[in-house]
Design a protein around this ligand. Structure first.
Ligand SMILES: [Zn+2]
Length: 316
């Protein structure tokens, strides 16, 4: 954006009448030292942005660092703020145990999509702001003593949407888990399939589920974790077919959004509709696990699942 066209010079203000009568000669220093009128404003501007976060649930102002130390969970009411894929992985896996897979895989603009914005521009923009190549990070690591395959989505990258790269990275992760006989955990957050890749995005639903079927055939456990929000093509594929489906408290989960459903059914939606709590009550989710307990609960659930699947395998 050009600022020159709005500069004082162009507007001719420099030569115009001063708005305030200039102080007598010699008193400039005193005048400059006491800018009383502007002092409140400049103080406000001095506070660095982003140091405090307001909790959307309880309105408490929380210091950024305090929020980070608490895994982005409100210290007063337990509201779960969004957390990045890398931050989540760091909090979950044992130190230095994570070996990332396909870290450099990036999307291509197969459809040469140009809508409101060109897909290539969007990709570049989000790669820059998130420092991620796409909306999922995958790899092999250790959690609570279990070596496992882990995939974590990041909502900050194009709304966690699933295009070819997200689908391919997850499929390769699932296939690696099958090959190495490892349990699998996928932590989802997504608005659904990626519009910019059209049909290629939709194909990822079948591809990921196909790979999961082979993983399940080997009697290997898969835990799916739904975090806020998990919707559409992701929820309608790999995210909903775990041996165990867990969710973070308060997460919004569904296929179509509540507004679409309300418009279609022309009916009032029940209170708490599409929240993790509502879905657990109705049997879609097995357990709601607070973020801070996730690591420990993974260990517990995996032991249980591995034991059960071993027994099932022995029975044929
Ligand atoms: Zn709160």
């Amino acid at each position: 954006m050009s600022t020159t066209s709005f500069s004082k010079k162009t507007l001719g203000l420099e030569t115009g009448e001063p708005a305030v009568t200039p102080p007598p000669a010699g008193s400039e220093t005193t005048f400059a030292k006491k800018p009383k009128l502007g002092s409140t404003k400049s103080k406000k501007r001095d506070i660095p942005e982003g140091l405090w976060m307001k909790c959307p649930k309880c309105s408490t102002m929380i210091f950024d660092k305090e929020l980070d130390d608490n895994l982005k969970v409100c210290t007063k009411c337990g509201h779960h703020f969004p957390i990045g894929a890398r931050e989540r992985i760091n909090a979950l896996v044992e130190t230095c145990s994570f070996e990332e897979m396909d870290a450099q895989m990036t999307s291509v603009d197969a459809l040469r999509f140009t809508g409101v914005a060109a897909y290539t521009d969007k990709l570049q923009e989000y790669q820059k702001t998130t420092k991620l190549k796409d909306a999922v990070v995958t790899g092999i690591g250790k959690i609570d003593g279990h070596r496992l395959a882990l995939g974590v989505m990041d909502f900050d990258f194009l709304g966690g949407s699933m295009g070819s790269v997200v689908g391919e990275k997850l499929t390769r992760l699932i296939e690696a888990a099958t090959e190495k006989a490892l349990p699998l955990i996928i932590i989802s957050t997504s608005g659904g399939a990626r519009m910019y890749e059209g049909m290629f995005s939709l194909m990822q639903m079948a591809k990921t589920c196909g790979a999961l079927a082979y993983h399940a055939k080997q009697k290997l456990p898969y835990i799916s974790v739904l975090t806020n929000p998990t919707y559409a093509g992701v929820m309608a594929s790999f995210a909903s077919v775990g041996d165990l489906v867990l969710a973070e408290p308060g997460a919004m989960i569904g296929f179509a959004g509540p507004r679409v459903i309300k418009d279609t059914t022309q009916a009032e939606l029940p209170s708490g509709f599409q929240t993790a709590e509502f879905l657990m009550e109705h049997g879609l989710i097995d357990a709601i696990v607070p973020r801070k307990e996730m690591k420990e609960r993974f260990g517990y659930y995996l032991e249980f699942l591995i034991e059960r699947l071993k027994k099932a395998a022995a029975l044929g």
